[in-house]
Write a protein that binds this ligand. Sequence first.
Ligand code: UGA
Length: 432
Amino acid sequence: MKISVIGCGYVGLVTAACFSDFGHDVFCMDNQEEKIKKLNEGIIPIYEENLDQLLNKNLKEDKLIFSLVNGDIIEKSEAIFIAVGTPMDINGDTDLTILYDCIQDIKVHLKKGRKKTLIIKSTIPVGTCENIKSMLNDNQDYEIDVVSNPEFLREGSAIKDFMNPDRIVIGTDNQRSIKLLKTIYKKQIDLGHKVIFTNIKSAEIAKYASNSFLAMKVSFINEISDLCETTGADIDEVRNVIGSDKRIGDKFLEPGPGYGGSCFPKDLSSLVNIAKSYGNRIEIIEQVIESNDYRKVKLANRIISKLNLNEISNVTVLGVSFKAGTDDVRDSPAIPIIQQLIRKDINLVVHDPMALTNFSKLYPNINTALDLYDAVRGADILVILTEWSIYRKIDISKLAKLMKGNKIFDFRNIYSREKIIIHGFEYECLGR
Ligand code: UGA
């Protein structure tokens, strides 16, 4: 089947790579000329495991073509996926400018007498598909179906998530789209993956509700972890108990420095505002946002309380991406923690195996080290903020020799206390 994907960002590229690998002919379009040029040369603008190989393989096999938004392609595509960004605006609402501009671009290319299906993958407030439908169908010359098909891809495992989804959600109001989407997702359906058909508004809300629930789990375990710490309980034992209850589930119960990334913070804020705009309040999510903001203040203060006030401390931060497996620093908990640290008189060095380029764009004056052991040399305090596997595998005795001081804050619980303290370290982790 001929499919268009508009938006060569994170979701668009993964969608295009996977659909082309399933055997569809995919045209992936964007309005940024330089980006398209690079993509056609096989240069991928983001880091995502296996994306590079998958895109290049299908590009070589001509199953995938990158282009500027183009009328001929829109004309010959049976389905048009929209995967443009829907960032957060200054009021914490979802900014739909790029999406609506994209719809206007498509509209220009629609031909008389045609029926088309537009499938929205971008995360959008409830009611947006309805608005798009009326924007497009104000002209009786053509007939456009609009489907909501939210994505549930995690950065770092997006290809795996696309190929093996927990569920595929298709929000639609007509049989023609159901038939079309079943053909597009045939490979996954044949493999037994669950497809849930809903009405359009349910699909729109389900995406925000899923992310909000997961974020709520993270904030919940972070607060329980603090209680464990204060009382002498052990968060690993507690989460083993609660996670063994199938009604709760054992995922998303790892304490850490707070959730971050390009999705949870914006989606929670947007859900709260969407609810308010309909005269409802989702107070539980308002509290989650507050708890997550405070988490970073609290952890930064914990480090600051251990600074030696008589001299300038050398602090090394390991990990600035919002989680392991990505170079993304958007809304990373490391950012507000570092912002608080640099207000104090310290020498700061930052290390990350993937995210230093993105980090240095934000903080060009903060010292970074490309080599892990260079980063820790001379440090008084070591702070771990991302759970990268190279940090898990660190040579502790080498660390003890290279560091000047002996304080380790492990805010991802990647080490065991016993193995660390025998090297003379003062070790603080979360909830244990
Ligand atoms: C999230 C969702 O998991 C995806 O299903 C969704 O498609 C995506 O947002 C999106 O809306 O596009 P992602 O942002 O890649 O995916 O990150 P997650 O793996 O969900 O992690 C979010 C944050 O929670 C990270 O900062 C992570 O470190 C933190 N986290 C997660 C914890 O602190 N503890 C946990 O146990 C799990």
